[in-house]
Design a protein around this ligand. Structure first.
Ligand SMILES: Cc1cc2nc3c(=O)[nH]c(=O)nc-3n(C[C@H](O)[C@H](O)[C@H](O)COP(=O)(O)OP(=O)(O)OC[C@H]3O[C@@H](n4cnc5c(N)ncnc54)[C@H](O)[C@@H]3O)c2cc1C
Ligand SMILES: N[C@H](Cc1c[nH]c2cc(Cl)ccc12)C(=O)O
Length: 521
């Protein structure tokens, strides 16, 4: 390693993480950085990972890509919320939407709803998105404008903020679903056009220098590939960080037991069938099934814990759920490594994506974690001295975001009122991350707010916790006692305004299919 600024990056792995990293580094540093990406033609990508956070729009903006550029190429659709089915019990559903929670008289509307909500449905009473999802609406009008000026696009925000700097300022009203393989290919095209060298080959060895830093990787057919900074995007294998550099993996399995998934790509005539603009997570006997609508097909998969369900049974359950359209489709069985690497950056190797860590697919956090890691890498990019503080700061930001996401996911299982099987019974007695038990106790007398949720940036605002607690229904909650002696006129007005706004939007917005057909044309 020479004492020059690290300006040769070698990325190993060409899945979503690899190509997101390559394209973002090129957009950030242009020709001042040389980027080589090595991907195996034989080892496949994970092939799932098709729902996102709304924050992903900052990624596309950074690359200067507009929806009309990339969405049609990736069979993408809009996601306004996650719809949870049967988590409380059979037949019940609720939405976790991309929509800021309103307040009245100094209290969040959910507090008022607990005290005296207009209906049984907190999500419909407090958010307009629930009605838009139920009615299959698009978040954009046919002229391309956003659904409503209340959701103005980053209005008044300075450009170029990272996701953590954006949090809490405004809530963008939607995220996306897309075909993972098509997005990787699209970003590969973007990257190669901007000078990224793509090598299709397998890394067979990782050679370290006398200090234990990576000197080069050895490929099967292209020989040695040298670089200054190596990015491990090899998925659950962790070829560079975990295998070559021996970084231990910290499992989350004691608190999040799902370690397996089986997935199907089910063809669907989306126009005929119609589809909701949301991801659906349907609780099952030993886990839950995702449904992700795309143009031309549905992605669906059963996430389960092997201690409670055999793979054959999981596949049978998923096929029954998906119906006859899935009869000829081959199932993709996946073993998931749940947890995170003790450090994601060691010496001159940074892991991004599944090699860094993964916290199970509920709430679609995988691509968000990749995006966050890349933003942090750019922010902490090393100079010739490889200052250890940059690495330390990077490692704590990445560890915190993953630990925070884990905590948020655990709340879903602790909170789920259903306890009809051993799996769901055990969710109530399983170990919890440190401090979560105390936080849950506090939320029972004071709903989640910025003072009492996981204290480090992890992408999820307090209102997301509120939705999960109110929706899953297993943890008793009460409104602030102050509301007993407060005037509820403002809250009543707010509930009425939401009801009227929802009706207006449902009546005037095009269907998601109509809008996307227009975009694709
Ligand atoms: C069941 C499941 C569902 C998910 N759902 C979602 C979701 O809805 N939303 C979301 O945000 N995230 C989701 N995720 C996470 C998401 O899939 C991943 O974060 C994302 O796909 C990134 O994967 P990756 O690029 O890290 O790894 P992979 O896709 O596994 O890619 C690894 C790459 O490394 C290459 N490689 C491996 N070894 C070598 C070698 N020796 N030499 C050369 N190349 C090598 C492979 O060829 C491949 O190109 C899900 C994950 C799982 C398991
Ligand atoms: N960073 C936020 C995270 C967020 C806010 N609201 C939601 C709703 C759902 Cl379903 C997932 C994530 C979030 C963002 O992406 O806007």
């Amino acid at each position: 390693m020479s004492a020059k600024n690290p300006d040769r990056v070698v990325i190993v792995g060409g899945g979503t993480a690899g190509w997101m990293t390559a394209s973002y580094l090129k957009a950030a540093f242009g020709d001042r950085l040389s980027v080589t990406l090595v991907e195996s033609g034989k080892i496949g990508t994970i092939g799932v990972g098709e729902a996102t956070f709304s924050d992903i729009r900052h990624f596309f903006e950074f690359l200067d890509l507009k929806e009309e550029d990339w969405m049609p190429a990736c069979n993408a659709t809009y996601k306004l919320a996650v719809r949870f089915e049967d988590w409380r019990g059979p037949g019940h559903h609720f939405y976790h939407p991309f929509e800021q929670l309103r307040s009245a008289g100094g209290f969040p509307l959910t507090d008022w709803w607990l005290r005296n909500g207009p209906s049984e449905r907190f999500d419909k009473d407090c958010f307009v998105m629930a009605s838009l999802c139920d009615n299959g609406r698009s978040p954009r009008r046919l002229d391309g404008s956003l659904l409503d000026q209340d959701f103005a696009e980053g209005a008044g925000e300075p450009a170029g903020l990272t996701m953590s700097e954006h949090q809490g300022k405004t809530q963008f009203p939607y995220a996306y679903h897309f075909e993972a393989a098509l997005l990787a290919e699209y970003l590969a095209g973007y990257s190669i056009d901007r000078g990224v060298r793509r090598i299709v080959d397998e890394v067979r060895h990782v050679r370290l220098d006398e200090r234990g830093w990576i000197d080069h990787v050895v490929t099967k057919e292209h020989g040695q590939i040298h670089g200054d900074l190596f990015v491990d995007c090899t998925g659950f294998r962790g070829v560079l960080l975990n295998q070559a550099l021996d970084v231990p993996f910290v499992s989350y399995q004691d608190t999040l037991p799902n370690d397996s998934a089986v997935a199907l790509q089910v063809p669907l005539d989306t126009e005929k069938a119609g589809f909701r603009p949301c991801t659906t997570a349907t609780a099952q006997k030993a886990g839950w099934i995702w449904t992700i609508p795309l143009i031309g097909r549905i992605g669906t998969g059963y996430v389960y814990a092997k201690d409670y369900c055999e793979p054959e049974e999981a596949e049978r359950t998923l096929r029954e759920f998906a119906g006859p359209r899935a009869a000829e489709v081959e199932a993709n069985h996946i073993r998931m490594r749940i947890g995170r690497s003790e450090q994601s950056w060691k010496n001159n190797c940074v892991a991004v994506g599944l090699s860094s860590g993964f916290v199970e697919p509920l709430e679609s956090t995988g691509i968000f974690l990749i995006h966050h890691a890349i933003e942090q890498l750019v922010k902490h990019f090393p100079a010739a001295d490889w200052h250890p503080r940059l690495r330390e700061r990077y490692n704590s930001a990445v560890a915190n975001v993953m630990d925070g996401v884990r905590e948020f996911l655990v709340v879903h299982y602790k909170g789920a009122a259903r306890d009809d099987t051993r799996y769901w019974k055990d969710t109530k007695t399983r170990a919890m991350p440190d401090a979560l038990a105390e936080r849950i106790e506090r939320w029972q007398v004071q709903l989640p707010d910025s003072e009492n949720v996981f204290p480090y940036y992890h992408g999820l605002p307090p209102y997301s916790y509120m939705c999960v607690l109110l929706g899953t229904g297993g943890i008793p909650l009460r409104p602030s006692p102050a509301l007993n002696i407060s005037d509820e006129t403002a809250a009543r007005k707010e509930f009425a305004a939401i009801r009227d706004k929802a009706k207006f939007l449902v009546d005037t917005l095009p269907s998601q299919y109509e809008y996307l057909a227009e975009l694709r044309a």
